[in-house]
Ligand binder design. Structure first.
Ligand code: NAD
Ligand code: UFG
Length: 336
């Protein structure tokens, strides 16, 4: 019995493969390498000692999916494959809806055909839009502000409808807060194309000398120090959450949403000073205008995942900083 990991060559996928293999699961990766390369999977092999079976293909390709399900005994799917750049999604919305929404429809259709009805889906805290209060519980109202977020919310709704139509599905919708950091080995980590959109890789690229300074997008928010507050979670903790969710699917849970975060809000300026003090590296920064579409503050209420999945983020902000830097300084050009 095998777990199909779509998007397994990506940032969160590679870290989850390490945990799946540690738990003695048999895995098969499906990835079209549109935002990754086979090199990341070779590094997973270096960490685990296990060669990762991989099919280069697209979740939109029904024939490819049919072949996978005919040739392998797939018992469940962890579905990471998706495009994730908010700005790009505003410029090319159709690409995002085709890849993230239509691709997931095709995947679910083929899964159903082969009676494989267990799926863990990568959603995002972006489905909470601009929350009126924090911490955010799973029952908060859902809304989105960009096509990327809309694609995640559409897939969530599709999965809820799918379960309503057929109660033999078991679906875990994982709403990630802000994944950062890297595996302790420094062999795998986040490898953004081009200029990073996200804070953590931007900080590490400034520290390694690839960028001159960090732009802090606004210091006039209604937060502790005026900069934006987020719930940063170590990617290894997040990866472990997937294993717990997979285990939970065995217990006929139906379709359930879980917040995966730490429950703590950290500001941009706190991130910079934590990085500097943990790693002894300066991160020059300038305060600039707010980034359009950003919210002031977002962090999770994590009790539900703690109680239901028996999972809790364990790594500290210092671990996130040390591991992100270890990855960046050992691999200044990512997997290149
Ligand atoms: P990533 O880009 O590193 O990994 C995604 C992987 O999916 C890549 O290897 C890419 O090549 C592959 N892929 C994309 N479209 C595909 C397709 N049509 N067919 C086959 N493979 C395809 O991203 P990540 O950070 O690992 O994110 C994984 C998932 O988690 C995504 O769905 C993302 O939207 C979601 N998510 C990420 C974050 C974050 O901050 N990283 C936050 C919330 C949710
Ligand atoms: N920030 C800066 N400078 C930068 C980058 C970010 O000051 O160069 C700030 C942002 O303004 C924000 C914080 O750092 O206050 C975090 O920004 P990120 O871009 O790292 O993360 P976001 O919370 O804005 O977005 C992330 C994902 C989205 C997802 C969202 C909600 O990138 O895909 O979380 O889950 F939709």
């Amino acid at each position: 019995m095998t777990v199909l990991v779509t998007g397994g060559a990506g940032y969160i996928g590679t870290h989850t493969l390490v945990e799946l293999i540690a738990a003695k699961k048999s895995v098969l990766v499906l990835d079209n390498y549109c935002n990754s390369s086979v090199k990341s999977l070779l590094k997973v092999t270096e960490i685990t000692g296990v060669k990762i079976p991989v099919i280069e293909g697209d979740i939109n390709d029904k024939e490819c999916l049919n072949n996978i399900f005919t040739q392998h005994d797939i018992e469940s799917v962890i579905h990471f494959a998706g495009l994730k750049a908010v700005g790009e999604s505003c410029e090319q919305p159709l690409k995002y809806y085709q890849n993230n929404v239509a691709g997931t429809l095709t995947l679910c259709e083929v899964m159903g055909k082969y009676n494989c009805k267990k799926i863990v889906f990568s959603s995002s805290a972006t489905v909470y839009g601009d929350p009126t209060t924090v911490p955010i519980t799973e029952s908060f109202p859902l809304s989105t502000t960009n096509p990327y977020g809309a694609s995640k919310l559409m897939v969530e709704n599709i999965l809820r409808d799918l379960y309503q139509s057929d109660n033999s599905w078991n679906i875990a919708i994982l709403r990630y807060f802000n994944p950062v950091g890297a595996h302790q080995s420094g062999l795998i980590g986040e490898d953004p194309n081009d200029i990073p959109n996200n804070l953590m890789p931007f900080i590490t690229q400034v520290a390694v000398g690839k960028r001159e300074f960090l732009s802090v997008f606004g210091d006039d928010y209604d937060t502790k120090d005026g900069s934006g507050v987020r719930d940063y979670i170590h990617v290894v903790d997040l990866a472990k959450g997937h294993l717990k969710a997979l285990g939970k699917l065995e217990k006929n849970i139906g379709c359930v949403e879980y917040n995966l975060g730490t429950g703590s809000g950290v500001s941009v300026l706190e991130m910079v000073s934590a990085f500097e003090s943990v790693n002894g590296q300066k991160v020059p920064y300038k305060i600039t205008d707010r980034r359009p579409g950003d919210i002031a503050c977002c962090f999770a209420q994590t009790d539900f995942a703690e109680n239901e999945l028996n999972w809790k983020a364990e790594k500290s902000l210092s671990d996130m900083m040390a591991d992100a830097w270890n990855w960046q300084k050992n691999n200044p050009n990512g997997y290149e």
